[in-house]
Design a protein around this ligand. Structure first.
Ligand SMILES: Nc1ncnc2c1ncn2[C@@H]1O[C@H](COP(=O)(O)OP(=O)(O)O)[C@@H](O)[C@H]1O
Ligand SMILES: [Mg+2]
Length: 255
């Protein structure tokens, strides 16, 4: 990667084991600030495992072990003794299936803020509003903030989950196939939202949808069997990859 670029997050020799099975086999990779990086590759090759390890979500999986370094703001956040709750405020995650709480739209966002100590009503109101605006949902819900979040459409629910994640003002947003459960119109809205968010956030997204990777991302990393085969600017990966296996995968010859 170009030396003048700013790196938001980096892994060094990251390995992930599920008991005896090595799912990630020593990945060293840098993520550039305010860019979108896609992780692509066939099912089962470790994309979700790698993504989850970036904010220590594998900690809660029995038998999982993550070795190597995850460097965020100069600190290895994979070390013991890291305050994972605080770290996840900076490195947030949006999951594959929209998972709003069965609370009001307002409370979905205010809940985490309160848990992190924000009590002032005006401050909460302001943060709820700006987060919904950033997630491109405000205009649709501003008159119904007390309505149940589960009554929203799938696409709206996912944008609410994005709003909930960004309400904590993270630096980095991890997204695991955030549009795979959505219809094409909702998918387009989520992609549009991501492109707007990149001004303020660094985004790492897992997608099995190659059109999506080429539409939204600046960089693309091709995963295969727990390794990164090729990592480059998205247009290079999709037009002239250096490695034959990448070429075969992006042209639909396997996977
Ligand atoms: N909780 C788990 N326990 C044991 N093995 C797992 C677990 N999660 C994933 N794996 C295995 O790790 C490998 C990578 O899975 P995953 O990261 O989900 O791949 P991808 O997201 O690329 O489809 C697969 O072989 C999968 O079966
Ligand atoms: Mg996955």
């Amino acid at each position: 990667m170009k030396p003048e670029t700013e790196i938001a997050l980096e892994t060094k020799d990251l390995h992930v084991f599920y008991r005896d099975f090595e799912a990630i086999k020593g990945i060293s990779m840098e993520f550039e600030k305010n860019k979108i990086t896609s992780l692509i590759g066939p099912s089962g090759c470790g994309k979700s495992t790698y993504l989850r390890s970036l904010n220590r979500m594998n900690d809660i999986i029995p038998g999982a072990k993550v070795t190597g370094e995850i460097i965020y703001q100069g600190i290895d956040v994979n070390k013991p003794g890291i305050d994972v709750f605080e770290m996840r405020k900076n490195i947030g995650m949006v999951f594959q299936r929209p998972n709003p709480f069965s609370k009001s739209i307002y409370e979905n966002i205010a809940f985490a803020l309160k848990r992190h100590g924000m009590k002032n009503k005006d401050e909460l109101d302001e943060r709820v509003e700006t987060s919904l605006k950033q997630a491109a949902l405000w205009d649709q819900v501003k008159d119904n903030l007390n309505k149940s979040a589960v009554a929203l459409s799938g696409g709206q629910q996912q944008r609410l989950c994005i709003a909930r994640a960004i309400a904590l003002r993270p630096d980095i947003l991890l997204m695991d196939e955030p549009a795979s459960a959505l219809d094409p119109i909702s998918t387009a809205q989520v992609e549009e939202t991501m492109l707007q968010l990149k001004e303020d956030y660094t985004i790492v997204i897992v997608t099995h949808n190659m059109q999506q990777a080429s539409r939204v991302s600046d960089y693309t990393s091709f995963f295969y069997l727990g390794n990164v085969i090729e990592y480059d600017e998205t247009r290079k990966i999709f037009t002239r990859p250096k490695i034959q296996m990448t070429e075969d995968y992006v042209s639909g010859h396997f996977g």
